[in-house]
Design a protein around this ligand. Structure first.
Ligand code: GDP
Length: 210
């Protein structure tokens, strides 16, 4: 009998459990969690949806009032995905710095259950200021980082491969920092992204009969 790995299985029961705005307490810091970060419009919600196979998750985080908070999704009793608020375009406004940075810094600095950060960047763009800040922070604290070069379907094969090479160089990719092409539209790279999350969250990839 053919056997295949059901890589979407760990996410089947994912549910929104908690939104933390500034000054609001975070959920219990136990087990393992993976956070997603990225500038607005970088494809973060689409990536979360595609990886989890759960379209309703990002809809939850798009509910008005929930976009500027940290959204927590339980996968099971010990594991969570965390959707960090998207950050703005080229210019980092004073109000963004005032609101976004303390919220994110407080989360990143104090979170013991955080085992990895997924950063979404549009594969056609250069890293922005806050992208670079997060990358630098991960290096500094030795938090594993996985960069998704999103919307890969927008580039030709050659251009996509070039973008991947450029980013590998820029990140000085190694055991701690990795990067891949990803497309929510064509589903390119979905299995690689799930494999990275499975590794971080310590999921056993169980075989399921076809
Ligand atoms: P977020 O603001 O970072 O959460 O970004 P979204 O996931 O909402 O995506 C922003 C825009 O990019 C939307 O119009 C999406 O439809 C589009 N988008 C996201 N992922 C892809 C992709 O893989 N391919 C293409 N062509 N468009 C995408």
């Amino acid at each position: 009998m053919n056997e295949t790995v059901d890589t979407a299985r760990p996410y089947r029961n994912a549910r929104f459990v908690h939104g933390a705005a500034r000054g609001v307490r975070l959920p219990a810091d136990s087990g393992r969690e993976v956070a997603f970060a990225g500038r607005s419009n970088s494809g973060k919600s689409s990536s979360i949806n595609t990886i989890t196979g759960r379209r309703a998750l990002a809809r939850t985080s798009r509910t008005p009032g929930r976009t500027q908070q940290i959204n927590f999704f339980d996968l099971d009793d010990d594991r969570r995905l965390v959707d960090l608020p998207g950050y703005g375009y080229a210019k980092v406004s004073a109000s963004l710095r005032r609101d976004w940075q303390p919220l994110i810094e407080n989360y990143l600095n104090g979170r013991r259950s955080l085992v990895g950060l997924v950063l979404t960047v549009d594969c056609r763009r250069e890293p922005g200021e806050l992208d670079a800040m997060l990358i630098e922070w991960c290096r500094h604290t030795e938090l594993p980082l996985h960069v998704l070069l999103t919307k890969a379907d927008k580039l030709s094969r050659n251009a996509a491969a070039q973008a991947l090479r450029r980013w590998r160089e820029f990140l000085a990719a190694d055991d701690l920092v990795s990067v891949q092409l990803f497309s929510a539209l064509s589903r390119h790279g979905v299995e690689d992204a799930r494999a990275k999350l499975a590794e971080w969250l310590d999921f056993e990839q169980k075989k399921a009969p076809v």
